[in-house]
Design a protein around this ligand. Sequence first.
Ligand SMILES: [Zn+2]
Length: 300
Amino acid sequence: VGKCVFCDLRDKYIFYEENGIVMTVALFAYIDGNFMIIPRRHVRSIKELTTGEWETMRKMMYMAKKIIRKTHGIKGLQYVLRDGGIVAQSTVSDHLHIHCIPFDAPDLNTWNYRKLKYTPLENAQLYQQQSKTIAALSKKFEEKYDRSNQIEVNCNLLIINDQSQVLFHERPNWAKIGDDWISPPGGMVKDLSLTLEEELAREVQEETGLKLNPAKFDLIASDIERLTRYRQSDSAGTKHSYIHQFLWNIYIWRGAKIKADTALKPGDDAVKFFWVSLSEVQNHPRISPGVKAAIAKAVT
Ligand SMILES: [Zn+2]
């Protein structure tokens, strides 16, 4: 991934965030009010997006039109979706992004740059002032236009080493689920063409570098989880809670014991790894009740 500019977005330019997708003003704007919809993940093409991510982007495209009208009094909007790599698009990054460009006259079709009235920071502040409108639009979209009828599946793997310690990882803030918890390796299932165990093994390898045989994963807990999550980035100042519901499977690794000194290679979604002794798990302040219950069940 390296130093991709869209993997390293600045908070002060962001005015909305949900489900790992942000709305942030363009630093090299085509026109005043130009902003972008960008996944936090380094996704190169729409084909790599999950259903949930695409649904969120669709919602933001809906919101974009209304926000531009409210902020700038411009009814028209053009979306420019950058997909296909640096060479194909002569753009700064192959990280997928959608430009939302206020469209008020046909001369924009010739892609002339306009004389700009606002700096990127001023553009961001104008949108940040619309946080109430944005929250109302988000709610309206969910009530009227939300088409999702699928439930997401989250899988985690308990890996216990030869020192009776469980492996946990610290996620970056944007990838955290629910409270400020640490979690066992795993996450939302992205590819349902594999078995859940195969997909979990792939995810665990991506996150930790450990290559484990999915045939040796045992399902120990499976339940519908309802977590309170928050919309809106910190930079915009306000927060709105919503219920995130998903199927949560917790597996345990039943293969050969992992050595405590095994070198782990954290991937993009993991900040760091650490082992927690089984004896400390139940009193640990940063382990969720669901994970505690699963571990209690697994080791008795
Ligand atoms: Zn990137």
